[in-house]
Ligand binder design. Structure first.
Ligand code: 13P
Ligand code: SF4
Length: 370
């Protein structure tokens, strides 16, 4: 059914939030420099080539032999420093292949990363993804050190709403439960009843057994959920700046060019895009769909590094890559990951009171799986 209403900051007499400017990246402090490990050599050599040959095998379809000598010294150094520091690297499916396939210990979608974060034994987590993902890891592991290689890696959805906005929504709709997509700040997670990801949004909404649910902040994911359930959905006006750029016309053009092509899309896309897709699902569901169906040719309507990561694994599937990059995900690079491990930089912190409240919402979602 169509969503029952859609709200934004302007509906509460507030100006539209001007939160798109990223916060400045924090500097490496003199204390961090004093505790730093020595910066490893970053020279390409026969030894580096030998030590990374098995990793190059994983990405040789998507990274050329000319590029690899620039990446391999970082890959070797990061993998060695991970051992020295006793750190684990979690990487989202949108990270580039040299990160996703060559230095990450665990890769996945937002739900998988949140679940894996609860099982981590290491004292240090390096989150290769955007800030809300690192915050989620910190919320679930308050006693661990959580690092993000660049704290400016934001998200247009997380930037679209604050905890104060949620309180105003609750005043407007007393008694209506609130579901927050994990693409939100800790401050927002602390104000809601439960979190969800794109993997489990419908299941989470239905688990509340309420006739109406407030679903925030992604208006398009809200519309997708509304199309899959009889629960009435009140939405927020947020959108993903990457997925909202796709259009139904673009998908029709792919199909006209090749009527046998398979098109799969992320539910953060607008409804006219999803209407043209053969399958809709989270990043992990999209990857599994390609693994299971093994199409001859597929268009992945999502951030484009994911197609590279799938291509590395499945070289015989032809990927059509409509290239919409997430500028926030792309702030994470090998050299910044290396700095994270050398200097233990940039540490993610969450106010303990907010973290305790936010943890309830995230754990309630995770426990639904069991
Ligand atoms: P997934 O939960 O599907 O990985 O999506 C996260 C995200 O940010 C998509 O843009
Ligand atoms: Fe946020 Fe969109 Fe980037 Fe995902 S792709 S992190 S939703 S801006």
């Amino acid at each position: 059914m169509p969503i029952a209403g859609i709200y934004g900051p302007d509906d509460f007499g507030n100006p539209v939030h001007g939160r798109s400017a990223p916060a400045a990246r924090s500097r490496i402090t003199s204390a961090q420099r004093a505790d730093a490990l020595p910066m490893p050599s970053l020279q390409w050599s026969p030894e580096v080539e030998r030590a990374t040959a098995h990793l190059y095998e994983r990405v040789k379809n998507v990274i050329s032999p000319v590029e690899w000598p620039f990446m391999a010294p970082y890959v070797k150094a990061i993998n060695e420093l991970k051992q020295t520091r006793g750190a684990v690297i979690l990487a989202h499916n949108y990270q580039t292949p040299e990160i996703f396939h060559c230095v990450a210990d665990i890769g996945g979608d937002s739900l998988q990363l949140a679940v894996e974060a609860t099982k981590v034994k290491s004292d240090i987590i390096v989150q290769c993804g955007v800030h809300f993902m690192a915050e989620t890891s910190k919320i679930l592991n308050p006693d661990k050190t959580v690092l993000i290689p660049d704290s400016r890696a934001g998200c247009s959805l997380a930037a679209s709403i604050t905890g104060a906005d949620v309180r105003l929504l609750r005043e407007r709709f007393p008694g209506v439960p609130v579901v927050a997509y994990v693409n939100t700040s800790a401050d927002v997670k602390a104000e809601v009843d439960i979190c969800c990801t794109s993997s489990n949004a419908v299941q989470v909404v239905e688990s509340l057994q309420a006739p109406t649910v407030i679903f925030l902040p992604d208006q398009y994911l809200a519309k997708y959920v509304a199309s899959q359930t009889s629960v009435k959905i009140i939405a927020w006006k947020g959108a993903c700046e990457v997925h909202e750029r796709f259009t139904g016309d673009e998908l029709r053009a792919y199909r006209e060019a090749d009527p046998t092509v398979q098109i799969i899309a992320h539910p953060e896309c607008p409804p006219d895009v999803l209407a043209e897709a053969d399958f809709t699902g989270s990043t992990a569901h999209m990857i599994n769909w390609v693994r299971n169906k093994h199409p001859r040719r597929v268009v992945m309507i999502t951030e484009c590094s994911m197609a590279d990561n799938v291509q590395a694994e499945l070289p015989d599937v032809e990927m059509v890559r409509p290239c919409n990059l997430c500028p926030h995900m792309k702030r994470i690079t090998l050299s910044k990951i290396l700095d994270s491990l050398v200097y233990l930089h940039e540490e993610v912190t969450v106010d303990p009171m907010i973290a305790a409240k936010a943890r309830r919402s995230v754990e309630r979602m995770i426990n639904l799986r069991n």
